[in-house]
Every structure is written in C-alpha cells, then in structure tokens.
Design a binder for this molecule. Sequence first.
Ligand SMILES: [Zn+2]
Length: 255
Amino acid sequence: MNTTSQNTEVNSKYRCQKCNDTSWLNNEDGTYKRCECFEKEYAERLWSNFGVKPGEVKKLNEYKPYDELTTMARDKAIEYVHNFDKVRTLRENSFGLFGQAGAGKSHLIIAVGAALLNREKSPISVIYMPYLEVMRELKANALDDEVYLRISSRYQRAQVLIIDDLFKDKVKNGQLIKFGNQYIGLTEADMKHIYPILNYRYINHLPTLISTECTPKMLMDLDEALAGRILEACGDNMVVFQGTKYNFRMRRFVK
Ligand SMILES: [Zn+2]
C-alpha cells in the first residue's frame, strides 16, 4: 500500500507516466523508441494551429440530439469510438456525417476525434483538418515541393484524420453551386490537393472522420470515383441529414 501511494506522489510531477515527459522509452535491446505521448503532443500542436484545443472541445455526451436522425448520429459516434480498435484496419473503418447544416456534424466528428486522441489506453494520433483552411495552405505552398509534401503527407498518413466541412466551397444553401446550368464542380486544383490525401488513406485503410454539407448524391455529382471511395470507407458508420429542419436558424422559427 505504502509503495503505491509513494509512486503516485513521485509520478504526479509528470504529464506522461510512461516516459516521465522525456518522450523516449527504452527497448529491451538497449535502443530507444518514441513514447506514444510524442505523437499525441504533435497532434495536439497541430490542432492548436487551427485554434482548437483537443482537451477543451465539446464532448460526445454534451451533444444534444433533437430527433431520430440526430439521436442516431450520436449513438453511431459513441459506438464508433467504442469499437474503434476492432474496426480501424477494416475496409469500413471511417465515419461520415453528410448533408444539411445545423445538425451539429462538426461537433460530433471533432468529439469523436478528441475522444480517440485523449483516451487513456494507447491514444490515437488524430489530426484535425478544417477543409477550407488546409486547402488554402496547400495551394499557397504548391510551388515549394519540400514544404508541400510535408504538409500533404501529414494529412495522408495521419493515424486518424478529421476532415471538417469537406467541399464547403462547393455548397450553398444545401445545393451544389452552379454556374449557369452547370455545377462548378471540382477544379483541377481541388483535385490536385484533396485527391492524394483521400486516395492514400483509402488505399492504406486509414480511418477518416468526415463532415460535409454534401449528401452522398451531391458527392457523386462532384466526383463519382472519389464519392464512391468515401462512402465505401464509411459503410454503415454514416448518417445523412436532409431537410430544412436541420438548419438551426430555421428550426427556431419553425418551432
Ligand atoms: Zn510519454
């Protein structure tokens, strides 16, 4: 009993009890390896670059469902976190929330990501990718190969990637934006930057958490091949919100 309390006292100085904040662990053969807290802190720094602190985001149990679909989304999110270790290497290992604004899609996928990043037993290095901001970052660095590859591979190779508001710039009032009678669709530049990320993750069975105002049908209209891969990777781990009731501002007037 005595030793236990002593240990707790000694260890409590450190944020990471495994490596005592050195970020290195001894292998049995005398070599060193990185502690899992190293990846976690790296991921946390990246979240902070976008003004989000994974320790402070709203939790899954703070999400307030208000009808059948939002309840289903919450339950599927909880189930996904719970089963993550079982599904992470499978084909259907991703999680997607599609359709109308106002259902709290971002809240849910960010909460799922934070739960995996902050879990006690083998935390997952979850990288947060707000779609528009990262597209801007990639486009701005397109001419510098070294910087570009470093940024792009960060999102390609993340253990888990959150893509928040995918194709946000293609949607207005719940519809794909049109120019005349044509959807503006994905430009060559869009494809150049997002395709390698989604494709790498698909091929390597890396889980992605996606929120988008696009419905699956809209994704298909944008790019069938890409949409197919996103939907296939989500499998049953998805909810599609359709109808004006999911627009929060609208809801206040409807009530
Ligand atoms: Zn550590």
